[in-house]
Design a protein around this ligand. Structure first.
Ligand code: AMP
Length: 117
């Protein structure tokens, strides 16, 4: 396939992942290197490289990502709250160029950003 990503391979079941939810639009799976006690990634099944590539036609999948975030948060008992993060390109340290929402929780998460010089 000309255009492919690590997360597209997870969506297609070609590489293993701890998938907690999947439907025709989105897939949610546990982050391999968790930054909090609960850390899931929610991705559109179709490849959208970054938020800067989002188009109107992506709205159903992007909306579904929030619905799934709420479901996963409920399932994981995150009633005290959680954080959703979407990194976009270099300044945000995006590593995988397949748009994804991080769902983080399970402890107080502190301020949004750590100050860097
Ligand atoms: P980002 O820096 O926003 O692009 O985040 C990429 C995330 O993907 C990181 O939190 C990684 O730990 C996670 N990750 C990388 N490879 C895998 C994998 N095979 N399965 C699950 N999560 C992964």
């Amino acid at each position: 396939m000309a255009e492919d990503t690590l997360f597209a391979k997870i969506v297609r079941g070609e590489i293993p992942a701890d998938i907690i939810y999947q439907d025709e639009l989105v897939t949610a799976f546990r982050d391999i290197n968790p930054a909090a006690p609960t850390h899931f990634l929610i991705v559109p099944n179709a490849i959208i490289p970054t938020v800067a590539d989002v188009r109107a036609e992506h709205e159903p999948a992007l909306g579904r990502m929030f619905v799934v975030a709420r479901r996963v948060a409920e399932q994981e008992g995150l009633e005290k709250g959680f954080r959703l993060v979407v990194n976009c390109r270099e300044h945000a340290n995006q590593e995988v160029y397949h748009l994804h929402m991080h769902l983080l929780g399970g402890r107080p998460l502190g301020p949004l950003l750590v100050q860097t010089p």
